[in-house]
Ligand binder design. Structure first.
Ligand SMILES: Cc1cc2nc3c(=O)[nH]c(=O)nc-3n(C[C@H](O)[C@H](O)[C@H](O)COP(=O)(O)OP(=O)(O)OC[C@H]3O[C@@H](n4cnc5c(N)ncnc54)[C@H](O)[C@@H]3O)c2cc1C
Length: 393
């Protein structure tokens, strides 16, 4: 961005050695590619494969397991560049971070078996089954049950909004192994399983696509007496909620960085258009009512970026980062949305023309205020855990 706008210098583009090659790959997948995928409700296989082959989606897997062993900040930069380039990181981002639960809590045998395959792209692990239709944000009350029978678990239940399940070989599943009325803490009695989705379709697993406002390849997944080996359990039975929490912080930081990428995309588009579109005999960007919303959105994006960097730094240092990860996601999702609004308004009627990609990105970007966690739930976290007010739910 700074090359085109010498005065528009971001707070420091760290990891230029990652940003440049990511930009080069993304340049091969212009707006027309994403528009066509939307028309066909299709998955960006070529794009995701190229990112995988180049090693970007294995960024967080340690080198000893075949990955690049990069920091969370480096991974955040990769995803940010993808979105800033007009592409959509969400179609592949989960391949980066879902494996974190396996890495941190899996047995050595599980790690040796799966991580090198995931790093090489031979196994896709990018489906994360948490949300359920009847419990929503109240995750600890989820109802999918896994019951131990000999050397197996039998799984019954339903997940909703399980993204990319049709394009994932495996799924990280959160299920209840002990009844909610038998546990001391709400978060007890939940367990994490790494299950083979592909092999079980039609044998206890049914995946149904959800038609959605964006091309997110999201689905409902039904489990009907699915039998999985007991060896698919990650870590100890009953401790699954804790295992996925640290992964959720990583996810929030990465998603915040994607939102910042979207914001950069919007600001670049908006400033270019504001400078070049001439109405009433002058560039529209000369009008403060056009210029100021773009400038304000940029300022807010810079602020969100700072918190995002701090959250990643804490995570990379192994320090508590829950508050920063949540706040980064909150601020980045809202700053990106404001940038999207500024870009919409600046483009006037042309923001509705698909070829400009503003409307596609605007629809994509709205999601960050809802998933993977909604704004209210973040505010509840800040109110309770940061400011010490009573739990509100
Ligand atoms: C496109 C898409 C992709 C997704 N991908 C995945 C995925 O891959 N895996 C997965 O597990 N999930 C996924 N999700 C689910 C997503 O994480 C949830 O939609 C999100 O966490 C919100 O849950 P909910 O939709 O059930 O909303 P609800 O929990 O029903 O909440 C609805 C609204 O009420 C508010 N609310 C609820 N309770 C309170 C309260 N106590 N105080 C204040 N406000 C409250 C919420 O903030 C929200 O605004 C995806 C969702 C979408 C839309």
């Amino acid at each position: 961005m700074s090359e085109d706008h010498p005065t528009l210098v971001p707070i420091g583009e760290d990891f230029p050695e990652l940003r440049e090659p990511v930009r080069r790959i993304c340049a091969k997948y212009p707006g027309t590619y994403w528009q066509q995928l939307e028309d066909e409700q299709a998955y960006p296989t070529a794009f995701v494969e190229e990112l995988t082959t180049a090693g970007f989606l294995g960024a967080l897997i340690p080198e000893e397991y075949g990955g690049s062993g990069l920091s969370l900040r480096a991974a955040a930069v990769i995803l940010q560049e993808i979105n800033a380039s007009g592409c959509n990181a969400s179609q592949g981002h989960a391949q980066m971070y879902i494996m974190g639960t396996l890495l941190r809590h899996g047995s050595e045998e599980q790690k040796r078996k799966y991580l090198p395959e995931i790093a090489a792209g031979r196994i896709r692990l990018q489906a994360f089954g948490v949300t359920e239709p009847t419990t929503g944000s109240d995750t600890t009350q989820l109802k999918t049950r896994a019951v131990r029978e000999g050397d197996e678990y039998v799984i019954n239940g339903q997940k909703v909004w399980t993204s990319r399940a049709m394009y994932s070989d495996m799924m990280l599943l959160l299920a209840r192994t002990q009844s909610a009325d038998q546990v001391k803490k709400r978060s007890d009695g939940l367990s994490v399983f790494l299950i083979d989705l592909k092999a079980n379709i039609g044998k206890g697993v049914d995946i149904r696509p959800i038609k959605a406002m964006i091309n997110h390849n999201t689905t409902e997944v039904f489990f009907d007496n699915l039998r999985v080996p007991a060896s698919t359990l990650i870590g100890e039975e009953g401790k699954g909620f804790r295992y996925i929490l640290d992964g959720m912080n990583a996810e929030r930081i990465l998603v915040a960085s994607e939102a910042i990428g979207d914001g950069k995309f919007f600001i670049k588009k908006a400033t270019d258009y504001a400078n070049s579109r001439v109405v009433f005999g002058r560039p529209i960007g000369q009008n403060q009512a056009v210029q100021f919303p773009i400038a304000r959105a940029w300022a807010e994006l810079e602020g969100a970026d700072m918190v995002c960097r701090r959250a990643a730094a804490l995570f990379d240092d192994g320090k508590e980062c829950g508050a920063d990860a949540n706040i980064a996601k909150l601020l980045a999702s809202e700053a990106a949305w404001k940038a999207g609004e500024a870009a919409m308004q600046t483009h006037g009627g042309f923001s509705y023309a698909r070829e400009y990609d503003i409307e596609r990105k605007w629809r994509d970007c709205r999601l960050f205020q809802i998933a993977p966690i909604s704004t209210n739930l973040i505010l509840a976290y800040v109110g309770q855990h940061v400011l010490g007010m009573p739990r509100s739910y």
